[in-house]
Ligand binder design. Sequence first.
Ligand SMILES: O=P(O)(O)OC[C@H]1O[C@H](OP(=O)(O)OP(=O)(O)O)[C@H](O)[C@@H]1O
Ligand SMILES: O=c1cc[nH]c(=O)[nH]1
Ligand SMILES: [Mg+2]
Length: 209
Amino acid sequence: MEGLTIVRHPLVQHKLSLLRDRSTPTQMFRAVMRETATLLCYEVTRDLPTRPVRIETPLAPIEAAEIAGKKLVFVPILRAGLAMAEGMLDLVPAARVAHLGLYRDPATLQAVEYYFKAPEDIAARLVIVVDPMLATGHSAIAALDRLKAAGVTAPRFVCLLAARAGVEALRAAHPDVPIWTAAVDEVLNDHGYIVPGLGDAGDRTFGTR
Ligand SMILES: O=P(O)(O)OC[C@H]1O[C@H](OP(=O)(O)OP(=O)(O)O)[C@H](O)[C@@H]1O
Ligand SMILES: O=c1cc[nH]c(=O)[nH]1
Ligand SMILES: [Mg+2]
C-alpha cells in the first residue's frame, strides 16, 4: 500500500514476537518496546538529508557528512508512546519531544485529548508521531489533526503494530502522512483491540492491569 512501510528486519520481527507473547513481564515489555523503537527510528530517518562537513580525523582532513535539514521532534501519544519515544531519543538524543495525551473512550472508541505540550518551534521541525498501536486509527487521526492545527507540515507516523482498518482510516484522513509499522494484523475486535495484536500496550508497558 502506498505510504505504508512494513519494517521486516529480523531483529524488529523477533522483538515484536516478544512483545506479542502474553508471558513477557512488564519490565521486559517496556525494555523491548524501547529497543524496537530504536530500530524503527533508524528506518523512519533513513531518507534524512545530509550535507558535507569538513573535519579532521587524527590522521587527515576529510569531507564527511552530517544531518542537514529540519531538526526533529518526537511526539509520543500518551501513555503507550512514551517507551517508544525513549527508544527514539536513544538514537537522536538532540531531538525535542512534544507530549500529546489521548485516551480512547471505551464506549465510543473516540480519542479524547487531555494534554498537549509542544516546543514553540514545532511547526519548523520534522515531526515524528509515535504510538505502538494503530487500531481504529482514531487516536492517530486526532493527533495529526492537532499537530496540523499547530502548523506542522509533512509529519510522519510510526507504530509497532497496526490493524488493516486503522491503516486505511489514517491514510484516508491524512493521505500526506507516511506510516511505518512492524506488522499489520487483519482483525479489529468489537472493543477496538487488534487481534492477535499484543493486548493493551499502555497497560502492558506500565503494569496497570
Ligand atoms: O487507533 P485507536 O483505536 O485510537 O487505538 C490506539 C490507541 O489506543 C491506545 O491508547 P489508550 O487509549 O489505551 O491509552 P493509554 O496509552 O493511556 O493506555 C494506544 O496506545 C493508541 O493511542
Ligand atoms: O489492541 C489494541 C488496540 C488499542 N490499544 C491497544 O493498546 N491495543
Ligand atoms: Mg491503553
